[in-house]
Design a protein around this ligand. Sequence first.
Ligand SMILES: *Cc1c(COP(=O)(O)O)cnc(C)c1O
Length: 355
Amino acid sequence: MHKQLFIPGPVDVRSDVLEKMATPMIGHRGSECTELQKSISGKMQQVFQTENVIVLSTSSGSGLMESAIRCCSAKKAAVFSIGAFGDRWYKMAIANGKAADKFRKEDGQATTAEEVEKALATGEYDLITVTHNETSSGVMNPVGEIGEVVKKYPDVIFCIDAVSSMGGVDIPVDKWGVDFAITSTQKCLGLPPGMSIASVSEKAYQRAKTVSNRGLYFDIVEIYDKVMKNYQYPSTPSLSHMFALDYQLDNILKEGLENRWARHAQMAEYVRNWASKYFALFSDPAHLSNTVTCIANNRGISVADLNKELGKRGMQISNGYGDLKEKTFRIAHMADATMDDVVKVTNAINEILNL
Ligand SMILES: *Cc1c(COP(=O)(O)O)cnc(C)c1O
């Protein structure tokens, strides 16, 4: 039996989108492929609210996160982390031999514009990374406010991890001055895992050209140049994802971005209210995510057992991430999930736990 997924990626994929993954192949160096990638780029620019170049990578989101920090910092990077995924971006910097400092908040807290200002005022950094939506704690950072600070430092490349939020919440990339915004297919966009998408500013591209040892597969200069030349990809892309992505973007734009954000906000509000009534919210209430809710396990239930029981009913939620396992659990409300779905899963939890 298929279990309906309430985990923060991979998400359930509509059957019509899954079918598009089975489209017969085309040559990746022909005009048909150029048209396909061009079509994806145009629609994706609407989702990202940007005029920057859209790049694709046949990798999960981590691939372009690694690309951003490796290729676009020539001096030193400031990594603002509020959880597991921020920590991973710092690990990527170190693993690639880059100079980087990590600014870590406690789990459940957000990065503030003041903290970013303080770090940038030292003049030590030429790139910063911020997690827009930290999936381990269900916190959404105030990236718009942070963007206002970064605008005062024109030499700084502003990178955001929007892996678990792009397509589910309002992220005006150009208005916020984001140079490198990254997402993956398997979260709010509602596709199978395997492709990463980013918007890259001319400024980030120019910086990358000055950086040596950018690697090859994730060299953003090579990927960007190929898009500029003919909307193709340096190696063989996952064409299956591209067919499905082009199609799913039509679904997303048909729903309307504002409607999509509103649906996510409504599901989030419902799950938060439920969580506050029967458990407690884990994170700072001023910075809660609209795509995933992290719930404090203040009743001391066995989350693993709960998930087993949910499994028998054809549903799956997420245990806490890393050290937060069993101390928290998470319910994702992203991509094409509906109010009916989140009502169904919370009702099932109430029934299992006799709440
Ligand atoms: C899932 C996730 C990632 C990792 O993305 P992959 O596509 O699995 O590589 C990074 N950051 C956040 C916030 C995520 O939720």
